[in-house]
Design a protein around this ligand. Sequence first.
Ligand SMILES: [Zn+2]
Length: 107
Amino acid sequence: MAVIYEKEIERHIGNVKVSKPRWKVSSREVLEFSYLQKVGIVEDNQWITKLRGICLQVSSPARNPHEINVIIKKPFPGKIQFARCSCTGGKSGKSKHTAALLKHVSK
Ligand SMILES: [Zn+2]
């Protein structure tokens, strides 16, 4: 079963102030080039699953990778309760790294 549906990602990221949903393209780029290095479960109980992802900086891979933290509210397919990335603008939880992680666990 899917942890989340792609529709839920769209609900979460869809209201960014951009004219086109460009995150779809950029998150695929991040996935294709394997910049999303690792996704793991850091906490899992009956109510939530907490995921953490590590993503290399596309423009400068030698620098510290971005860290993405996401909390999915159960039951699955769940709701995105919290999302944050360490990149610039990642506080919104809507960066392409976050999108890549969410897409990674969606169906
Ligand atoms: Zn990010």
